[in-house]
Write a protein that binds this ligand. Structure first.
Ligand SMILES: NC(=O)c1ccc[n+]([C@@H]2O[C@H](COP(=O)([O-])OP(=O)(O)OC[C@H]3O[C@@H](n4cnc5c(N)ncnc54)[C@H](O)[C@@H]3O)[C@@H](O)[C@H]2O)c1
Length: 250
């Protein structure tokens, strides 16, 4: 049985689609009051919001750029006012830029670090500011198994995700015992980011390297986030949970 998240006030970044969308729906289905951030893709956000409101009529979405301080500060003050506080933040917004090192421009390196690492820093900092004032809270950062595995043609992305792991452990120490900070590190998951519907033969072949024999579903990542947000996860902080079908084991 799913633990109840009744009335929990949650914010999910990158909630319009993919893993973030599954997280929003899973938390709201368990009783949370959910808000999500997206950037740009209004149509996907409207579809997700519509679904979300079937669980929580007061759910809302904010278009904000997590890499920009002013945008994050304005978004956070709106979210806190409308939710009346903040119990859980899920830092999920992320982008991928695939290019060999020698073809990676400084601008695209900065863009990946800007959304993935700086975005997690900015949203996390503003969320934790509120949680400190409240005296409690949970932070869940979405990392990636590539943050410790590394991957050719993806060094900026891998570096951003490794940074999220380090930031998670640092915040967990700094804000214990009242604020619990954990990360979830998915392996390959079937979303637009991965382009799983257009995967090449070579990529498909890589799936057979995964002990569980397939890539993951967004809902399988959301289930771990829901557990970490919930009433049973009271003795866990500074951890990174792999959700990867066994593709990496550490
Ligand atoms: N899909 C995978 O295989 C996989 C594996 C490991 C980790 N992850 C991580 O999971 C998270 C979600 O991935 P996904 O596959 O669902 O991606 P996705 O591309 O489907 O969705 C990304 C979301 O982030 C939002 N976003 C992008 N830039 C933003 C910005 N500047 N400000 C605010 N929001 C922004 C988008 O609006 C969208 O809602 C990412 O952090 C990603 O790195 C994904």
């Amino acid at each position: 049985m799913t633990a109840s998240l009744n009335g929990l006030r949650v914010l999910v970044t990158g909630g319009s689609r993919g893993i973030g969308r599954a997280i929003c729906l899973s938390l709201a289905a368990a009783g949370a009051r959910a808000a999500f951030v997206y950037h740009g893709d209004r149509e996907a956000a409207a579809v997700t919001l519509n679904e979300l409101q079937k669980h929580d009529a007061s759910a809302f979405a904010v278009d904000a750029d997590v890499s920009q301080e002013a945008s994050v500060v304005a978004m956070m003050s709106q979210v806190i006012e409308r939710l009346g506080g903040l119990d859980v933040v899920v830092n999920n917004a992320g982008i991928l830029h695939e290019a060999g090192l020698l073809e990676t421009s400084t601008e695209s390196f900065d863009a990946v670090i800007g959304v993935n690492l700086r975005g997690t820093f900015l949203v996390g900092r503003e969320a934790i500011r509120q949680m400190v004032a409240q005296g409690c809270g949970r932070v869940i950062n979405i990392a990636s198994d590539l943050g410790y595995l590394g991957r050719e043609r993806n060094s900026a992305y891998c570096a951003s995700k490794a940074g999220i792991g380090a930031m998670t452990r640092s915040w967990a120490r700094e804000f214990a015992p009242h604020i619990l900070v954990n990360a979830v590190a998915p392996g390959p998951v079937d979303t637009d980011m991965l382009g799983a519907d257009v995967m090449s033969e070579a990529q498909r072949e890589k799936e057979s390297d995964i002990p569980l024999g397939r890539i993951g579903r967004p809902e399988e990542v959301a289930a771990v986030v829901r557990f970490l947000a919930g009433p049973e996860a009271t003795f866990i902080t500074g951890q990174t949970y792999g959700v990867n079908g066994g593709s990496s084991m550490i």
